[in-house]
Write a protein that binds this ligand. Sequence first.
Ligand SMILES: *Cc1c(COP(=O)(O)O)cnc(C)c1O
Length: 371
Amino acid sequence: MNLIPVNQPLLNGNERKYLNECLDTGWISSEGPFVKKFEALFAQKVDRKYGIAVCNGSAALEAALQVLDFERGAEIILPSFTIISCLSAIVRAGCTPVFVDSVPVTWNMDCNQIEKKITSKTKAIMVVHIYGLPTDMDHVLRLSAKYNLKIIEDAAEGHGLNYKNKPVGSFGDISTFSFYSNKHVTTGEGGMVLTNDANLAGRLYSIRNLCFQPAQRFVHEELGYNFRMTNIQAAIGVAQVEQLDNFIKKKKEMGKYYISQLENIEQIQLPQVSTDYAENIFWVFGILIKNNCPFSAKEIMSSLRELGIDTRPFFYPLHLQPALRKLNIKSDESLPVAENLAEKGFYIPSGLGLSLEQMEIVCKRVKQVFE
Ligand SMILES: *Cc1c(COP(=O)(O)O)cnc(C)c1O
């Protein structure tokens, strides 16, 4: 049976034309003209002065943490319910992660729990916008001002997402995006770091390029990485950004369609279409199994797979990651919402390339497994 994939990108704009330009001109490395074009175009979309394209979203987080120069042992507050990249970047920068639980309805960091975790060592809050809805930024901005904390904004899932009519990725001292193939703007693999601070931007360009120096190329004042994005990736990125407004429109329609078809299933909790401050862009369409359901998420996912529907589990909470033990990072607390999300959550096919016909089949199968 043909499995309906959990993600299919949509690549039917100018991608092919721009890729041919790369091949025809021979510009396939990071030196080609699409990289700057992509940086400028995307920075403009996110309302930022500088965009520094890198090879993926995880690298974007690592570069962001390096350039902020936190002292060793500085504490950074972040949601437990997110991808491992957030934790890796913090730990590799010599900082200590401090985890916060999520809001049961939006699955984003519960900002009411941040303040009690702030200590004299706290230097930053890492905000991560989850699955298509944003974190409550006013709350984060208030705490950042009150305690003089930097904000790192991981907007990897938030292309085209607004918080109170302002694009996410425009709030942090530094914000980061991913362009992996399941994100709303994709370059296959890719990422970007964005900031309004000229100093940070200058250092970020340098860090992504091994900290080569203009005057004495092979003399290095700092250690960087080769995090460069190729012209080939950026060519696809430019074509994708051109279509972002349409992509968002389509994603919102897809989310609403799924909700209209699945909202009568009593054993599941679906994403909210909107909150007080945002409209959901449904990065993925998540489903949370309620306590009254006799099946586990694993069982539902494997039944769906047998019926030709691919799914993915939700994130596994960072505070329970086995890797923490090796690092001697204390994580004995309980964060029940994040734990419940990990245990009971999964997402169904949500890619931009999904057809209405495929979505109809997905809905039929989901209804079937809960009957
Ligand atoms: C996808 C994602 C990343 C990592 O991006 P890659 O390009 O896959 O390295 C980081 N943070 C969040 C929240 C993501 O969803």
